[in-house]
Design a protein around this ligand. Structure first.
Ligand code: FEO
Length: 174
């Protein structure tokens, strides 16, 4: 970030870069969930579309939370560039598998930043990130519960219709 003014702050540049990368990851997650919502909508899974729209909003909120934190501690928050996200999925189930995979990647990423904050003795950022550590437990749990529905209900007959109905309850339970 050589071309942007770096203000005087206790935030170490290394942590600032990791946080800005996380802003980008959350923004990308938000975009991925929008694509999943659209896929579900055009394939007739209306409740799942709503579920993913809500997830997309949550990811945007996560992005803003980190973005605001960087500004609050005197860092330079970077408005993220979002790479193209996958728009097509092979099946209803594969959308939810991709969602779980994405959440697991976010969890790993958050954990890596927490590890780095400890190395850098940045306890303020470590403390800030605890909210995300806890949030990821719920995010992964939701994604796993959605996939479990495919195994419990089964996809035959009206199965996918029933799964879509049950997805609404996962979203509503939050
Ligand atoms: Fe913001 Fe679902 O990770």
């Amino acid at each position: 970030m050589k071309d942007l003014l770096r203000q005087r702050t206790s935030l170490k540049e290394e942590i600032e870069i990791l946080l800005n990368n996380q802003v980008k990851m959350e923004a990308e997650a938000s975009a991925k969930y929008l694509a999943m919502a659209s896929w579900c909508d055009r394939n007739g899974y209306k409740n799942s579309a709503t579920y993913f729209m809500n997830q997309s909003n949550e990811e945007r909120a996560h992005m803003l939370k980190i973005f605001s934190y960087i500004m609050t501690v005197g860092g330079t928050a970077i408005s993220p560039e979002i790479p193209a996200v996958k728009q097509e999925y092979a099946s209803f189930r594969s959308v939810f598998e991709a969602a779980l995979q994405s959440e697991i990647m976010v969890t790993h990423s958050i954990n890596r930043i927490v590890t780095q904050t400890r190395k850098e003795e940045d306890y303020a950022t470590e403390n800030f990130l605890q909210w995300f550590v806890t949030e990821q437990i719920e995010e992964e749990d939701n994604a796993r519960r959605a996939i479990e529905l495919f195994d419990v209900i089964g996809e035959d007959g009206t199965g996918r219709y029933q799964i879509d109905k049950a997805i609404a309850k996962i979203g509503a339970a939050e």
